[in-house]
Design a binder for this molecule. Sequence first.
Ligand SMILES: C[S@@+](CC[C@H](N)C(=O)[O-])C[C@H]1O[C@@H](n2cnc3c(N)ncnc32)[C@H](O)[C@@H]1O
Length: 247
Amino acid sequence: MPEDYFGERVAARYDESADIFEPAVVDPVVDFLADLAGHGAALELGIGTGRIALPLAQRGIRVHGIDLSGAMVARLRAKPGAEQIGVTIGDFATTTVEGRFSVAYLVFNTIMNLTTQDGQIACFQNVAAHLEPGGCFVIEVGVPGLQRLPPGETVRAFNVSATRLGFDEYDVVSQGLISHHYSVVDGKLEVLSVPFRYVWPAELDLMARLAGMTLRERWSGWKREPFTSDSTKHVSVWEKPASGSRG
Ligand SMILES: C[S@@+](CC[C@H](N)C(=O)[O-])C[C@H]1O[C@@H](n2cnc3c(N)ncnc32)[C@H](O)[C@@H]1O
């Protein structure tokens, strides 16, 4: 099992990031996913505290989640509406669940929590095995920010304030990235360093093809904004061939 970076300390404060729970942020995600789910079911990889799964289930869509973190899932379980959502504790690259889904989704950069290329490939293969024919896999993830990293440098600040500092440390040889977070909480310094593997859009397309899926849509946001050379993130949709299709 991969290391759990969303233990009790992180889970206890996850929902305090009020901006990511704003309706203006959540509603377009839920609209997008509900459209793809249609009359089918949805599978969320890394369901966390249910930021997306709960409002999606409120639209009448059956949602199942996979997550490594018992602490995050305990927060989801304590919320109204959680009783409609099934959750399996495990690694979303390899964990299997009952049922077939019309959409699977992995939002908020969480594909990068799989820190090896093999792990990310396995995730696409696991998703493909859970999708019904014609089903879709949706990923929201940043475009690697290497154009902003001057040659020879490895560290870039992403947050600098009086009580918080955040630095991304890149390893361009291994496509590794460690996000270092320093926060002053109740007058004490808390430190958290989380490893990621950044991944290119074209590399994700190839992983999808290895799993028998093809790119259907790529946008720079959930409201289907165009994806361009200036985009800092993408929302991509890959499709499993409909049955009978030659793929
Ligand atoms: C950034 S949170 C996102 C939670 C939720 N999807 C959201 O949008 O608010 C990432 C979640 O993915 C889970 N996670 C990370 N790596 C995982 C893995 N390999 N298998 C299962 N869950 C994982 C973490 O425990 C955490 O709950």
